[in-house]
Design a protein around this ligand. Structure first.
Ligand code: TXA
Ligand code: MG
Length: 340
């Protein structure tokens, strides 16, 4: 195996590598990104190679605070400026008509572009030092759970990334909310770290892209999946789902885990009598979002076969957490896990 990548908090080194067309993983407030110079097809092409991601799946271009949208986007509607003023830096990605600065590879050949200004100080320092746009998907292999620590990135990508900027664990823990402003009425393509309510207060009601007929390439039903089978159920349904999973895996001696708020787990004393691994998440929805992906990775590392996951109420960040759990529970490509 190749030697692991360099890792640390050396922003100048990260910026120099980006300028040389290399790949730099960096922390954002949502998840870690795998970055390359967004204006160079060759640099962006390496992202697709390393991730194993289909080239038609467009990337988000990250900009420094205060960077002009012009050049990256064209025909920017007034609503985009209002949303950007209210939410950036922060976990909101706007889909706009594409301008000339982005490499065709970064947008998957589309005539639109996803833009966002991340809130993490190291991401901002990297973007400021580099001076251009950085195209970055989440820094995991295609289809797997997004990384929320530098360790996750190193475990997924190893020596395939030239440098990992280590900014500690991500504060939000789920990816940005994506709103399409490129075709008139605003459409919610992906719920995420900025709650829908905050956006609708400015934009009015958002139309929702049907998850089963994705409007965005890349929003696949089986995305964000760990190796284990995930069964997402409402809180009330957890005990019955655990019993069902135990019966189903008994013959193959599989291991079952329950992923639920600590307070809810405490309310099911009968679970402690069963051969089930209890995986408590924080009771508040922000804590749940922050720890979700790490918990799913941890359960994979422990060899769990089936995860019964409690769906949170859909308000606020609960919409994004529920979306990711449903996708983790979604149909996988036949005969294989979501991981390549
Ligand atoms: O929080 C985040 O958004 C993280 C951090 C690193 O910024 N990034 C992220 O990137 O989650 P990725 O590539 O894993 O997911 C980006 C999503 C994909 O579903 C992609 O299809 C969609 O954004 N997307 C990007 N550009 C688009 C465009 N022009 N039109 C429609 N969807 C687009
Ligand atoms: Mg991703």
């Amino acid at each position: 195996m190749s030697q692991g990548p360099g890792r640390g908090a050396d922003v100048a080194r990260g910026a120099a590598l980006l300028a040389a067309g290399r790949l730099v993983a960096f922390p954002t407030e949502t998840v870690y990104g795998l970055g390359a110079d967004a204006s160079r097809d060759d640099a962006v092409g390496r992202i697709f190679d390393v991730k194993g991601r289909p080239r038609a799946h467009p990337l988000i271009v990250h900009l420094a605070p205060g960077a002009a949208l012009e050049g990256w986007a064209a025909d920017v509607p007034d609503l985009a400026h209002r949303l950007a003023a209210a939410a950036w830096p922060g976990p909101l990605t706007l889909i706009l008509r594409r301008g000339p600065r982005a490499a065709a590879a970064a947008t998957g050949g589309a005539d639109t572009i996803g833009l966002r200004v991340p809130a993490h100080p190291l991401a901002q320092a990297l973007l400021a030092a580099f001076g251009g746009g950085v195209a970055a998907p989440s820094a995991n292999r295609f289809g797997a759970v997004s990384p929320t620590t530098a360790d996750h990135v190193a475990a997924d990508l190893g020596g395939d990334v030239d440098y990992i900027l280590d900014g500690g664990p991500c504060a939000v823990g789920v990816e940005s909310t994506i709103v399409d402003l490129s075709r008139g009425r605003p459409v919610l393509l992906r719920p995420g770290g900025l709650p829908r309510e905050a956006i609708e207060a400015i934009a009015g009601p958002l139309e929702v892209a049907d998850a089963r007929a994705p409007a965005a390439p890349g929003t696949l039903a089986s995305h964000y999946a760990p190796r284990a089978e995930v069964i997402a159920v409402d809180l009330d349904g957890v005990p019955a789902a655990v019993a069902g999973a135990l019966a189903a895996v008994a013959a193959r001696r599989g291991a079952v885990a329950v992923l639920a708020p600590a307070g809810a787990l405490a309310g099911w004393p009968e679970l402690s009598q069963l051969p089930v691994l209890a995986c408590p998440l924080p009771d508040d929805i922000a804590g749940m979002a922050r720890e979700l992906y790490g918990a799913l990775r941890d359960l994979d590392a422990r060899g769990v076969d089936v995860v019964i996951a409690a769906l949170p109420p859909a308000a606020g960040l609960g919409e994004a957490v529920g979306d990711r759990l449903r996708r983790a529970a979604g149909p996988r490509p036949r005969g294989e896990s979501a991981e390549p």
